[in-house]
Structures are given as C-alpha cells and as structure tokens.
Design a protein around this ligand. Structure first.
Ligand code: C2O
Length: 530
C-alpha cells in the first residue's frame, strides 16, 4: 500500500525534509469566515479524532462515476436517499450535509490560518496547485459517506458532463423541485425551462445571457474546453496552477510579481459555472456563486466531479502531462471527515491516481479534443470589403492602469521563429501581472492576441485571437487582510502558430473588461519549462 509514492515520504527523503508543504489546519483554532467586507459567517466544522489516510482496500468494488444526464431511475433514487439521510444527520455529526458544506466554507473563506506561520496567514486552497488535490479528497470522502449511509459500497457521485453538448445545462436530476437534490438558490434564468438554460462557459454577467442555438453555444463551449485543456495547458503550472508553499498566500499582498495563479480549468470553466449557477438575486450569489455557500447545493459535488475528471483526462493527453514531483506539492496535506466520523489527514501524494482511491469515470466522448478556430480577422475580411480601422494602442509605460475600457498594447516577444523542439521545451506565455480587485466581487476580463481591427466587437472564444479570461468567484479572506495582486498566465504557443504570428517580434494584446473593477500592473511575454 502506498509503495508507488513511498519514495517521497517525508521520513526517508532528504528533499522532503527541506520542503515547506502546506500543513492541514488546526481545527481547534478555526474562526469565523468572511463573506464580504462586513459580513462574517460561522462555518467551523466539528473537531474530532484525527487519523492518517489509508488507501481503500483493493477488494472494495470500483465506484464508477457516471454522467449526470445518463443515470437511470434506480440510481437517482439511491442518490436522493443518501442525500436525505445525510441532511437528516444532526449538526454535531461531521458527516452531516451542513458540515460537508462547512468544510468548503472554512477552507475557502479564511476560517483557517496556516499552521505554524506568524504573523497569521490565511489557508486558501483555491488559486494554486492545491485546487485539484483538495477537491479530489473532498469528493472522495463525500461520496464514501453517502455510500455508507445507504450501505452501498458501489455508490459513486455523478459528474456534470458540461464538456459535451448533451451535458451543457443543469442536469435534470438537480432541477426536479421535489427532489433532495434541488435547491432554490440558483439563477432562475439558467434552470431548465428558464430563459437561457444552455450553459455558457464564457458567462460572467447578465450581459452574456443570449439565446443561442445549441450548436452555436456548443461551438463556444468546445473552444473554451480546447483552450483550457489542450492548447493553453501544455505545462503543469498552466493546468494545475502555481506552486503554493507554507508561509505563502495565493493572494499575495503588494507584490506585483506574486508568483501565484490559478490553473486553466480552475479559472474557466470552473469559476464561470459557479457564478452561472448561483442566484444573482441573493446578496452573495448563493449558493454556487460564492465559495462560502457553494457546498450547500448538491450540484457542487457533481460540478466538481467533472473538474476532477479533467485532471485524469489531462494526464492522458500527452507524455509530458504528468503530476508535479515537487515534495512541496506531494507532502501538502488537508483533513477531511470519513464515513466513520474520523478526521483524516490526507497528503497530496496519495490522491494522484484515482483508481487507487477505487473510483473511475464512465468513458464518454471528448468532443473538444480536436477543434480549430477561425481567426476573426479572416472572417471580417470576407464580410467586409473596406479595411476596418486599427485599434488605438496603449503604451506599455501606461501601466499600472485601471481597466475601464478595452485597451490594446504592443508587447515584445523575447524569442521568435522557434523550432518544434524548442516549442515543446518551452511554452510561450502571456503574463498579466499585478491584477488588483475586490475579491468579494465577481470580476472578469478577457484577453485576445492580434485582434487589431477595431470593429466594435472584440474577439471571443469562437475566434482564434481569443487567449483566455480572468474570473473571480466572490470569496473573502479575513477582515482587514490587505488587498492582493493576482497573476494571469496564458499558454499561447499554439495560438500564435494558428495566427501565423510565429515570426513576429511583438504581439498585440487586447484586454477587455467585462465585469467589476480591475487594476492591471503590467503585461509581458515569458517562456516556461514547467
Ligand atoms: Cu472549492 Cu468550485 O470550488
């Protein structure tokens, strides 16, 4: 048991001893969580006995997580039964639905401090390489508790197959108002039967509510998926997010070069789907639209099952797409409640292989795998005889600046005309640095490359020029925490190739504000190996 990763155990490996992995929180020091500048919430889960994680017995049956829109009546009954039993557990039972939701709130809204760090520093499991492993364990235990409540060791969570045309709406099992899986606090325009029921992976705000034909909506979604999983996720840090070690925060104060950032899938569509699902009529877009309340909607676990599935899939997309080997990641640890009400200390290194955790995903097609976009410039040339006017350029020296209108900036590239091998070695990335905003708000801006024609409509995910998006789901750290700067890193090697811009000395970067107020510190092109 555990032999595969035994080599990096902290006792035997000298590098591990030097490492600074994030430690599990001390639940006895849990304090109130912060929702907005002046709203706090108590969501500390109960303190119980702590044990170390053990792999499930290989004799246990494999649990197969199925696409939520493909499950049968029998399964739905089981799932509803399990959720209703979980909801019926008393508040002091760590397995209760309420406590399950509180686990997420406490880890995400500043209820825990990092252990052994002074002055105190929030523990935050989003916005860094902790995102995938934290949520994997969270679901693993949630699923096992549900299974044990109905005495079914094969019980598996469903996954919201939003990466397929059939799955791009709220799965019907969560929309039935008579079901235990239903909650009212969702965007009423986005529920089945609502005005805009098709999931828009690029959504950030009511301005994005458009009644598109399913094939046009799918066209946008598949391109978001392709960018986030394939072309924009060629290096580990681009997919998983940036390293985070003890004593650091993904929300670094005052440091323009803060070396942190979300991974591609975490940023989009994961964040977009949270805010698309939450109810904008609530003060904090509850439930799904705010981290403190997201775990109160059963759909959260189904959404995250698909996020988790993306981790498994990403590793099948190329030989270099492997997990980190850095002991700061492998040795990082969290605590979760198991089906026997224990608090279990779990290390990242033990969750890398989902099959060793005895679960797997139903195989369904990956329709976003191969997809090419058409440059917007080309489409416009067909449509338009007269050449459109060029965008006005903002000099790099104008940064830092408040992004209150779309701006275009010429950014120099350090390398050009690289060979195939060089491109494989080093991914070219666009870095948007020193991003400042109020993290209690929804914030979004889009980024496009060489979208030079000012036609009034900036490039969107349907166009080759589109490079990515920055999205924040409201969540707050402790009151009085200093405002922080974030970094957006986008892999652009493929994109520049598709644009035929490989030999250029510069690239024109267009930033388009969508929602919320953002200040940007600067832009640069960089080359990364990991
Ligand atoms: Cu912990 Cu989807 O967020």
């Amino acid at each position: 048991m555990g032999s595969l990763y035994g080599a990096v155990s902290s006792l035997s490996d000298p590098t591990a001893a030097l490492a600074d992995p994030i430690q599990p929180p001390d639940l006895s020091k849990c304090h109130t969580a912060t929702v907005t500048k002046d709203t706090t919430v108590a969501c500390c889960p109960p303190l119980v006995r702590i044990i170390d994680f053990k792999f499930p017995s290989p004799r246990e049956p494999m649990r197969t997580r199925r696409a939520a829109h493909l499950v049968d009546e029998d399964y739905i009954k089981k799932y509803e039964k399990a959720i209703s039993l979980m909801k019926a557990l008393p508040d002091d039972d760590p397995r209760s639905f309420k406590n399950q939701a509180n686990v997420h709130c406490a880890y995400c809204n500043g209820a825990y401090d990092q252990v052994g760090i002074t002055p105190t520093l929030d523990l935050q499991i989003h916005f860094s390489w902790l995102f995938f492993p934290f949520h994997r364990y969270y679901l693993y235990f949630h699923e096992r508790i549900l299974g044990s409540l109905i005495d079914d060791p094969t019980f598996a969570l469903p996954f919201w197959n939003w990466d397929s045309p059939d799955g791009m709406q709220i799965p019907p099992i969560f929309a039935n108002t008579d079901s235990e899986l239903f909650v009212a606090l969702r965007n009423q325009k986005h529920i089945p039967g609502g005005a805009y029921p098709l999931l828009n992976m690029h959504w950030s705000d009511p301005i994005d509510d458009k009644a598109l034909a399913p094939e046009d909506q799918w066209d946008i979604n598949r391109r978001v998926m392709h960018t986030q999983m394939v072309s924009g996720a060629k290096k580990r840090t681009l997919f998983f997010g940036m390293p985070l070690k003890a004593g650091e925060t993904p929300l670094k104060a005052g440091d323009a070069a803060a070396n942190t950032g979300q991974g591609s899938i975490e940023r989009s569509p994961h964040m977009n789907i949270h805010i698309w699902t939450g109810d904008p009529k609530q003060a904090h877009t509850e439930d799904m639209g705010n981290f403190y309340s997201a775990g109160r909607d059963p759909i959260f676990y189904c959404h995250h099952a698909n996020v988790d599935r993306m981790w498994d899939l990403w590793k099948t997309l190329g030989p270099r797409r492997t997990d980190f080997t850095d002991p700061d990641w492998l040795e990082a640890a969290f605590v979760f409640y198991d089906e026997d009400k224990n608090l279990v200390r779990c290390k990242v290194k033990d969750c890398l292989d989902s099959r060793k955790l005895n679960y797997d995903y139903q195989k369904v097609p990956l329709p976003w795998l191969d997809t090419k976009r058409t440059p917007k410039a080309k489409k416009e040339k067909f449509a338009n005889a007269a050449p459109p006017k060029k965008r006005e350029l903002t000099p790099l020296s104008a940064f830092p600046l408040v992004l209150n209108k779309a701006i275009s900036v010429v950014v120099p590239r350090g390398k050009r005309s690289r060979t195939v091998v060089e491109k494989e070695e080093e991914e070219e990335i666009l870095v948007v640095e020193g991003i400042e905003f109020d993290r209690g708000n929804v914030v979004k801006f889009d980024v496009a490359l060489n979208d030079e024609d000012d036609t009034g409509v900036p490039a969107g995910p349907q166009d080759t020029e589109f490079a990515g998006t920055f999205v924040n789901v409201p969540h707050r750290e402790k009151q009085g925490a200093p405002s922080f700067k974030a970094v957006l890193r986008l892999g652009i090697t493929d994109l520049l190739e598709d644009l035929g811009a490989d030999d250029d000395d510069t690239v024109v970067v267009t930033l388009v504000p969508k929602v919320g107020e953002v200040k940007i510190g600067g832009l640069k092109i960089d080359y990364i190996t990991d």
